[in-house]
Design a protein. Structure first.
Length: 374
């Protein structure tokens, strides 16, 4: 099974083959110093590393003086919704510090049942580039983490680091056979920790600072607008980076409205049911095709539409008949959107597939022609 096809299976909650289960003697878990933080506040994460083997010691890599190259640990932020598995943000997997000495990681051999804890920080931009911190503060999602409830985990990925390659044999999730080795096994995509909830509140302040950027907040009585400039009135152009219905001193709202716009990065729109589940999620960009990730659900929380950009840069889109979940239309578009292969599925009155009608479209070319006519 191709990796991108597996990704689609997982995101659509369709039955997929189970991964080849390999016993991992060393596990990773995370926790936070506090239960709730305010926007822009420095967040302390504790990574607990445990050797569950009762008889043998096992190695693990730990951050040391490395300040360039690949990170050992990086954070992932998922949406709080229970009806969708949405990876909202993930860290850049590469270190980008101001001092470019190679530095090093180190090996720690954990004794049987031994446990150690290391600390990392988010929103610590005072020390983000400071190599003297040994990269504990060099963590950022690249976009601000505004008020809300997130599910957070961390990925440990030593692949590509020479010291890691000396202690691990890497495997793909769906390999049927594994080589016999004295090294510990490690998935090529790394090992993930348990998931925890991270609650971030809005404050009553009219200015918040997140990762050294000021956001000036104004309200129309219904929504709160976060702008990059201190303007006398609300604007919704590129100077407006965030709109939310979450009230001060809270991290959630009924029928919550959430919009982000990060210039030259992406935009994000979320509409929720009263219980916080996703009604519609859109992650998009300027250009054509503009969608990066879309999920829509009907009143019964049945998925009706799904879109994503695949790892090979193509764009995939699918819609469903509900109830029943039969595919209505499916399309694959080239990375530049100039050619899309669209498949319409036709069913009989009993819902049995009769045929597939396949066509080709050029949506982005058509948009360019319309713009020229105007």
């Amino acid at each position: 099974m191709k990796p991108w096809l597996l990704l689609i299976c997982v995101l659509l909650f369709k039955p997929c083959a189970f991964a080849y289960l390999i016993y991992q003697p060393v596990s990773f878990s995370i926790s936070t110093e506090k239960e709730i933080y305010f926007e822009g506040e420095k967040i302390t994460f504790y990574i607990t590393i445990t050797n569950h083997d009762k008889e043998k010691s096992h190695p693990v890599l730990l951050p040391h003086t490395q300040n360039m190259g690949q990170k050992l640990f990086y954070l992932n932020a998922y949406d709080k919704a229970q009806n969708a598995l949405l990876l909202r943000y993930t860290e850049d997997k590469m270190l980008n510090m101001l001092v470019h000495d190679t530095g090093s990681v180190k090996i720690k051999y954990l004794k049987p049942l031994e446990q150690i804890v290391i600390t990392i920080y988010l929103n610590d931009f005072e020390n983000y580039y400071n190599y003297h911190t040994q990269n504990a503060s060099h963590h950022s999602f690249g976009v601000p983490l505004f008020a809300g409830i997130y599910n957070i985990n961390i990925t440990y990925n030593p692949k590509g680091i020479s010291l890691g390659d000396s202690i691990y044999t890497y495997y793909e999730d769906f390999e049927k056979t594994l080589p016999i080795t004295k090294k510990d096994y490690m998935p090529v995509s790394g090992q993930v920790s348990t998931m925890i909830k991270l609650k971030i509140k809005r404050s009553a302040d009219t200015i918040v600072n997140i990762e050294r950027k000021n956001y000036f907040i104004k309200t129309n009585g219904h929504y709160f607008y976060y702008m990059s400039e201190n303007l006398p009135q609300i604007v919704t152009d590129i100077r407006c980076h965030h709109i939310t219905s979450i009230l001060p001193d809270s991290c959630a709202a009924q029928n919550e409205y959430f919009y982000n716009h990060f210039n030259n990065v992406f935009a994000e729109y979320i509409s929720r049911f009263e219980d916080g589940d996703i009604k519609e999620y859109r992650k998009f960009r300027d250009g054509c095709p503009n969608y990066l990730h879309t999920e829509r659900y009907n009143a019964f929380k049945q998925k009706t539409h799904f879109e994503m950009q695949l790892p090979d840069k193509r764009f995939y889109s699918v819609s469903f008949h509900q109830p029943g979940g039969n595919i209505h239309q499916e399309s694959y578009c080239a990375a530049d959107g100039t050619l899309c292969v669209v498949t319409n599925y036709v069913y009989n009155e009993k819902g049995v597939l009769k045929r597939k009608d396949i066509t080709q479209t050029q949506p982005c070319n058509e948009i360019e022609l319309d713009q020229k006519k105007k």
